[in-house]
Design a protein around this ligand. Structure first.
Ligand code: AMP
Ligand code: ZN
Length: 109
């Protein structure tokens, strides 16, 4: 938990979000400003700033984040058509919230 981190606050229930999945290691909630018909954020509970900061010890959680995205895409019935998975990395890569998260974007017709 990092104070003043919006996603830590969402994970801890201090700020509401539209959760679609939770387990001990990650949560999934809807992006508040969706950039696609389906726009979910897959967020590890562990506060990691960005992909630049992942370590060997984080390999399981990164794998789980990707698996959770795949499973969420199936649950939302957007798998067959296709979707995007996107990590924005640091300011130049479009990252605005500095708690690692994977964007799942899809649902286009
Ligand atoms: P990024 O630019 O990769 O850091 O993505 C941050 C994402 O978080 C953006 O797509 C925002 O729309 C989204 N976002 C910001 N505040 C909230 C919030 N309170 N609940 C859900 N999503 C949020
Ligand atoms: Zn955080």
């Amino acid at each position: 938990m990092q104070e003043e981190c919006l996603f830590c606050k969402i994970i801890n229930g201090e700020i509401p979000a539209d959760f679609i999945y939770k387990n001990d290691r990650l949560v999934i909630f809807k992006d508040i400003y969706p950039a696609a018909p389906v726009h979910l954020l897959i967020v590890p509970r562990k506060h990691i700033r960005s992909i630049n900061d992942i370590k060997e010890e984080d390999k399981n959680i990164i794998f789980e984040v990707i698996m959770a995205a795949k499973n969420a895409a199936q649950k939302m019935s957007i798998s067959e058509f296709g979707y995007k998975l996107n990590f924005n990395v640091e300011k130049g890569g479009g990252q605005m919230i500095f708690h690692l998260h994977l964007h799942l974007l899809g649902g286009w017709k």
